[in-house]
Write a protein that binds this ligand. Structure first.
Ligand code: GLN
Length: 211
């Protein structure tokens, strides 16, 4: 079972992608809901807001404790900011990965962009990715390896315990990262693994609104 931290941000879109791969998933609002999970996705949103909500709900300590017990973590965009051990100009939040991130480093909202990338380890076909006021990974420590650079900047990286992507695979048909994370967690997709969802639309997650 993979959880999606459900305090703020793009939760249902991740749930939709996991369901398309047949990966058991649930929303996680409180610490007790971390029990039994193999992995946790920290979604994109606004890291300032997520920082406050994590502290208010005491989820920061609970996630750190679960990570110590072996829970794998994947941060997308703001989620990557939560995991970084250093944030340029701010104090770190969960500090669970040896990276430094710089917020909004591609520019303002108007500089948000889509692109197609090839990552041989993940899929043979090019994958569409969405960057929304994305951070940049400006330093990786010894325990971290770079998976992808976009516009000359590190956009995806992983350690044994965590994956970070500064973009949003959940906002495009790209399923390859969700399949990759499930594999990292030791959770097997029940449907045939697909890199791209054939029938995806910008609003397909709305069918999950009542989950
Ligand atoms: N700019 C946001 C932040 O710094 C992240 C944006 C996102 O998650 N798409 O928190």
């Amino acid at each position: 079972m993979i959880g999606i931290l459900d305090l703020q941000g793009g939760v249902l879109e991740h749930l939709d992608h996991l369901q398309r791969l047949g990966i058991p998933a649930r929303r996680v609002k409180v610490a007790t809901e971390l029990k039994g999970l193999k992995g946790l996705i920290l979604p994109g949103g606004e890291s300032t807001c997520l920082r406050r909500l994590l502290a208010m709900e005491k989820m920061d300590d609970a996630i750190r404790a679960a990570a110590k017990r072996g829970l794998k973590l994947w941060g997308t965009c703001a989620g990557a900011i939560l995991l970084a051990d250093e944030i340029v100009g701010e104090t770190g939040i969960l500090k669970l990965m040896e990276i430094t991130v710089e917020r909004n480093a591609y520019g303002s909202q108007l500089d948000s962009f889509n692109c197609l990338v090839s990552i041989a380890e993940l899929a043979p076909e090019p994958l569409p990715l969405v960057f929304i006021r994305a951070p940049v990974i400006v330093r990786t420590g010894k325990s971290v390896r770079t998976l992808l650079e976009v516009k000359g900047k590190i956009a995806a990286a992983e350690s044994d315990a965590a994956l970070v992507t500064t973009f949003h695979p959940e906002l495009s048909p790209t399923l390859a990262f969700h399949a990759y994370f499930a594999h990292k967690c030791g959770v097997r997709p029940t449907t045939k693994t697909m890199a791209l969802a054939p029938d995806w639309s910008m609003t397909s997650w709305t069918r999950l609104a009542k989950v």
